[in-house]
Design a protein around this ligand. Sequence first.
Ligand code: PMT
Length: 222
Amino acid sequence: FSSGPLSGVRVLLTAGPTREPIDPVRFIGNRSSGKMGFALARAFVSAGATVELVAGPVSLATPAGVARFDVETAREMEQKVLDRVTECDIFVGCAAVADYRPEVVADQKIKKNNEQMEIHLVRNNDILATVAALSKAPFTVGFAAETQAPETYAEKKRIAKKIDMIAANLVGASEGGFERDENALTLLWEGGQKRLPLADKGMLAEQLVTLITERYENRYPA
Ligand code: PMT
């Protein structure tokens, strides 16, 4: 058994983007690099937890001690999370999951025969809300990526998805968010919040794991 404050605690994380295919060569994706989620996986291992990581397509090495499952689409991510979630105590959704996918995936490369084209999109299930609604739900932590008023929108998401905590971050700005090595987060939970200022994602992940551990222990006192 490993030592640390989360010794014996099982953590399931998602990280990275999803890719929603349009045809065999094209997809709808987003700018998530996986850096934030992989840093969190590493920090959970350092805290003594057993860590499983469901990763979208990213070019990052698997952190030592982490069991990694690679997926591509939101539906594959949802399926893998549902397969593994009954075996975890804490679930953290750091992945940038596509909200929509093309309803029909062309089986051959689409030709540019027209001046305009339309792609009809349908909603993907919300993985985080699905996990939080399970009868034996783990302690559930989400992220909120916002281009404005991150705390306001994050608090709405925390309440709507009925999750224990949410980490709000600004994306599309000059600092932090997608792709970069640094980020800033505001953690929100019922009755409290804490701001973690701009820092390297590795350091930020350690601070976040400390806060999650505190809230987790508060909910499940030893
Ligand atoms: O990967 P990096 O380049 O390091 O960037 C890090 C990050 C910006 C991607 C990360 O910090 C972050 O904010 N991740 C969440 C991105 C996101 O999709 O946020 P959202 O506000 O759209 O979604 C809210 C929450 O619901 C997230 O926890 C998301 O995982 C979850 N979700 C969303 C849609 C869906 N269908 N299922 C979900 O579970």
